[in-house]
Write a protein that binds this ligand. Sequence first.
Ligand code: AMP
Ligand code: ZN
Length: 483
Amino acid sequence: MYLYNSATHKKEEFIPRDPQLVKMYTCGPTVYHYAHIGNLRSYIMEDVLEKTIRYLGYPVKRVMNITDVGHLASDADTGEDKMLKGAKREHKTVMEIAKFYTDAFFADCDKLNIKRPDVVEPATNCIGEYIHIIEVLLEKGYAYQAGGNVYFDTSKLDKYYIFNDHDQEDLAVGVREGVEEDENKRNKNDFVLWFTKSKFEDQALKWDSPWGVGYPGWHIECSGISMKHLGEYLDLHCGGIDNAFPHHTNEIAQSEGYLGHKWCSYWFHVHHLNTTSGKMSKSKGEFLTVSLLEQKGYDPLVYRLFCLQSHYRRNLVFSYENLDNAVVTYGKLIAKIAALKPNSGEAVEKEAFDSLQEKFKAALGNDLNTSLAITAVYDVLKAKTNDATKLALLADFDQVLGLDLLSKAERKRKELVAAPKSSAFTILSESGESDPEIEAMIQARQDAKKAKDFAEADRLRDALKAAGVELTDIPGGVRWKRS
Ligand code: AMP
Ligand code: ZN
């Protein structure tokens, strides 16, 4: 398998240190609010990565943190702790907020078929680990105390910038527009390992430490949690692209300063989901969550498919129009699979199975090309082989894709069988195509008419018209065509 490694800026063959156990770490959510679908794009693609590695035969141990302390409003260690902000907003304690949004995050993950990592560790569980790392960093001269806080001294490193070769001044955290400089820092990029004194004295969660009562910085959490569960060497570290700097850059600085050797071999960064008006945000515009999509009638797995259709190293633009295209694609895909005969008693044709599976593996093995992997699904449907082979391949691919292809098709099959019994209403398309979404809307219009809700029936006809679908009422049903 080849993966683009952000640390070396090239595609490299993925070779874990121990093929018997791939060690994988993922930056988890900051649980002060719901995850937006941009955050979830990162988690979907990381899920596909983990499942691909397992599919290719490597056992994986994957660890994820839950950030419930220390992530400040600005990544440059200034502003209020995001958790405290969330608690104030909802008049709850920080721990109540953390529990509520951690549960909400995993509920979203379930809906999107994102597997829960093997280890999920809240940052507040590992204070002892961070204190130990900071003590060693102080001993080794990589850290210093100033103004009550403990800082990492970035001038002690031969190379600080790992992920980009840009102008150092542009990247320096302290000089970003709108960010106040911390007078205690010796160098602009130095970052806080342990806070005792800050402008926000009302920090809810504090712990005793050799440097006074305080709390850890955000970056040290991921190093501490990763090393606690995965040891001194990490194969693969994942996160959204905005985490590359300063968060991951600082993780490398402190981990390698502490360990005295290289820490992580491969860095996987998922690029952003943007809206048509720019960066996705929890405060600006419509706050796009999985629940919101559900309220609007979208199946969360349509969003998963939408993400899989594009490469993780490209920015992806979200719009309802783009999502509607994924609705149509998903519906057609399920309808095609529903048309295959299950339990036909035929034997799986090994040669066809192997060659089609090879295409799927090749797509994923080429820097996780998920859109080509979806093309491999269509190749299966078009292939000259029996339905038993096709269904076996689709079940196999879905271990990675996580689109519930077979169970959704089974449901569709049952609906098709049940439909004529419940009503004698026929839906035909002029082109002979079948489209579950359109058919569902036509059926809903029919139901509304039956219930004498003519306003709703007209609304549905208009909605279909706006989507480019024209209806003609025929005896016992409706015929539709695309205009
Ligand atoms: P946070 O909860 O803010 O710590 O972010 C959780 C994850 O979502 C991190 O890996 C971020 O890098 C990632 N992320 C944040 N915004 C986006 C976005 N618009 N698109 C994709 N990933 C994002
Ligand atoms: Zn992290």
